[in-house]
Design a binder for this molecule. Sequence first.
Ligand code: TMP
Ligand code: ASP
Length: 237
Amino acid sequence: MKAELLYEGKAKKVYRSASNSEQLILSYKNDATAFNGKKKASFTGKGRLNNEISSLIFPYLHERGIRTHFLERLNDTEQLVWATEIIPLEVVVRNVATGSITKRLGFKERTPFEPALVELFYKNDALDDPLINDDHALLLTDSTAKELRELKVMALEINTVLRELFQSINLALVDFKLEFGRLPDGSIVLSDEISPDTCRLWDMVTEEKMDKDVFRQDIGDLISVYEQILQRLEARL
Ligand code: TMP
Ligand code: ASP
């Protein structure tokens, strides 16, 4: 049961759980935005697909030793999670150069990053989520240097687990974005979502893009692509 709406983001609404004040209900929306909200659309079924996909991935990570906020999927579009205080960072892991890093630093498209590259962005819509360094992150968040190191180690561990998972369903995990939150006891857990909205996934056979770039670049039917991801994950897990 949902209680009051705490926050509405671009892709999800966050409610307090009526039965436990330490828990939240995430409600996935059909809205899609790109380029920091400058491009907008709505896709019937996207909320359900991302909820289902994220609800398969989070327990998979949990089973492999990654601490997360996830408790359970409640219905088509909602999931129950522990309430965390979100650390205002977008932690991006890149295995292959594409997207903003090619424009920002001139890496040639498809340059492999080995080891994977971790970047921090300041989660702040008014500033367009700028790239920041660790010293900025220390000033802009309540994290310590040790915690920032921990976040990056966790991000790379998650990369290792997810790369293997996606590879087993013929998808190359190109890059993805993570968010972390703090539980009442101060410990840091993986929060937010992992879905084709927040990852780049390339089909290993056809090289087709199977993620939100379909919408960003208008190159196909987003729902059938997300449906494919869910079907492959369901067949594997
Ligand atoms: P970028 O190449 O635009 O920096 O994106 C890197 C990855 O992070 C890509 O998988 C998409 C994801 N991402 C988000 O989930 N949310 C965002 O706001 C941005 C900018 C990127
Ligand atoms: N910039 C994000 C993206 O392209 C979405 C958004 O912020 O509207 O993934």
